[in-house]
Write a protein that binds this ligand. Sequence first.
Ligand code: SIN
Length: 314
Amino acid sequence: MTDLSTTIADRTFSNCMMNAAGVRCADENDLNQLIASPAGAYVTKSATPNVREGNPEPRMKSLPGGCINSMGLPNHGLDYYLDFVLKDQAARPDKTNLLSIAGTTLEDNLAMLHKVADSDFNGFVELNLSCPNVPGKPQVGYDFDRVREILTQVFAFYDKPLGVKLPPYFDLVHFDQIAAVLNDFPLTFVNSINSVGNGLVIDPNAERVAIKPKGGFGGIGGTFIKPTALANVRGLSLRLKPEIAIIGTGGVMNGTDVFEHILCGASMVQVGTQFGFEGTRIFKRLSKELSAIMAAKGYQSIDDFKGKLKTFDD
Ligand code: SIN
C-alpha cells in the first residue's frame, strides 16, 4: 500500500495534492466539492478586503494543454472566505486548510491579516505576492526589498502559520536573493509558482489577442510551465531553511508531474489549470497515477523520494 499523506509544520494532510488558488475555489459550492474530494486540503480564492469584480471579459482562454488568464482577483471578499473556513474548522477540527489573501496594497494585506489574527482561524494563510493580473500593480514577489518590508510588518504581529505564493524566477541569482529574504522569517511554507506572468496568446485568424484585459497580456498556466515550476521548486528547496516547506504548483497534468514536483522537494502539490478542466475527479486520477509510480519503484511514502532528485554530479 502506498501512503500519499504529507506533513507541513506539525499538520498532517491525508493526501499531498490539493487545488491551486484561483481555480474552482471562489464560492461555497466549489469549496464544498473540494471538501468532498480526495484532495488533502483546499485553498480559497485569493481574497481582497471587499468583494471584487475583477477584470473585463473575455479574461480566460483555454489552450491545448494550458490557458492564459487575466482574472484580476474576482472574489467575494475576505469575510466570505473567513466565514467559510471558520465554519469548516468547527465542523472538521482535525483538518488544516489554506486561506489565500491578496491585497493590492500593503495596508490591505495588513488589515486582512489583523482580521485573521483576531479570529479563531488556526489553518494556514497563503499570502499571494504574485498575482500578475492587477492593472498598474506589479508582482510584489519580484521586488525583494518590498518582500522583506512586507514580511517584517506581517511578522511583527502575525504569529499563526503563514506562507507566501511566489512568482516564477528565471535566474539563479534571483533564487539566491529571494531565498535570503525568506530565510529571515518564520514562514511555514512557500508556494512556487504562480502563473508565468504577462504572456501573450494570439488568435492568428482574427489577428487579435485572446483575452481583453491589459491588452491581451496574462498569466500562463498548464503544461508549458512545468519546467519553470520544477526549476523553482528545486531552486528554492536547495536554498530555503528546512523549517520552510515547499508547495509545488505548475504544469501538473498527471501523476508523473506530481512525482517530479515531490522529487524536486515539494511537500504538497497544487493543481490549477488541469483541475479547472477536469474538476475534483482529477484528485482520484492523480492519486491512482502517483500510487502506481510509487508502487513500481517500491516507495511507500512520499518521504521516500521527496527532494531526492539526482544530478549527473551525484
Ligand atoms: C487572478 O485572479 O488574476 C489570478 C490570481 C493570481 O494569479 O494570483
